[in-house]
Design a binder for this molecule. Structure first.
Ligand SMILES: [Zn+2]
Length: 306
């Protein structure tokens, strides 16, 4: 099949026409969505924290080997996420959910910004969990969880991760690999209030761990139920997992437009788009309010926390 013309693929009027006829919309959001809120993602190439590859800190083995170090990494990310604010793309998606009951948003982001943008919870699936949920390191043997804990710092031993730079031209000592970190013994970290033996750990999905099965079943059921008119892929590529998987599965149900909104869309990806698909290259925080405008109207970004 000949590839679709670039003009049609990036036509906002054609996109609006399709959007206004769409009742069932799936969004898959990746790190690029939160980049516009100033949050580093630590995934993929260059994901370094101090001199550690972030991938090496995000695993059950790393936590077992040095829970203090892993907790400092997550405590720092919690602190940064609390300082960040949801951007207009988060607000646009939350408003789309309020306007279209058949809209479901899947997000790989763990920063809680969708929740803080008041995204309706029954239309949001956090694929990789949240930095602000806690669970027991003995899970699944121990089922203790705390779905929302925004304490910053979480405990006195993690206070160095909650410091802000006094001199913004100098890096925080915590982030300077030449400055050694004090070892935090496990005894100074929070312990599970239920089993008392496990440590409290971040409620995120680590490398080597499975995504929540109940959540995946629920998403599968939603996709299988009826034709999905549109799959919005935001801040990630629509040709890599997991977005690629959801887009392909949605297409098997009928005519589905796959819409990519990403800072960069490669030539290869443009070439792989099908007729009726769309690609919009740029900052999701700028593009989404415009793209979703005919449904959500003019965004009124609330003051205060958001
Ligand atoms: Zn426990």
């Amino acid at each position: 099949m000949a590839s679709a013309s670039r003009a049609a693929l990036s036509s906002i009027p054609l996109f609006h026409e399709k959007l206004l006829k769409s009742n069932r919309i799936l969004a898959v959001c990746g790190a690029g969505l939160s980049a516009a809120s100033g949050l580093p993602t630590f995934r993929g190439a260059g994901g370094l924290w101090r001199n550690h590859n972030a991938v090496d800190l995000a695993s059950p083995d790393a936590f077992e080997a040095d829970p203090g170090l892993v907790w400092l990494f997550y405590a720092y990310r919690r602190h940064m996420a609390l300082k960040a604010k949801p951007n207009p793309a988060h607000h646009a998606l939350a408003e789309l959910a309020r306007k279209i009951p058949g809209f479901k948003c899947l997000s790989q982001n763990v920063d809680n910004l969708h929740v803080r943008a008041q995204h309706p919870p029954n239309q949001l699936s956090l694929l990789h969990g949240s930095l602000f949920s806690l669970k027991c390191s003995e899970s699944p043997q121990c089922s203790w969880t705390d779905p929302l804990n925004t304490a910053d710092p979480l405990c006195p031993a993690l206070a160095p991760a909650s410091e802000d730079s006094v001199d913004p031209t100098k890096p925080l000592p915590l982030l300077d690999p030449s400055k050694p970190l004090a070892d935090i013994p496990a005894s100074e970290l929070p312990h599970c209030p239920e089993c008392k033996t496990g440590l409290v750990r971040p409620g995120v999905v680590w490398f080597g761990e499975m995504l929540d099965e109940g959540m995946l079943d629920e998403i599968d059921g939603w996709i299988e139920k009826e034709v999905v008119d549109m799959v919005l892929v935001i801040g990630t590529s629509s040709f890599v997992y997991p977005a690629a998987g959801y887009a392909e599965r949605a297409r098997t149900k009928g005519r589905t437009s796959v819409v990519t909104v990403n800072l960069e869309i490669t030539e290869k990806d443009w070439g792989r788009m099908k007729e009726g698909d769309f690609g919009f290259e740029g900052d999701a925080a700028v593009l989404l309010p415009v793209l979703l405008g005919p449904v959500i109207g003019t965004l009124e970004v609330p003051q205060g926390d958001a």
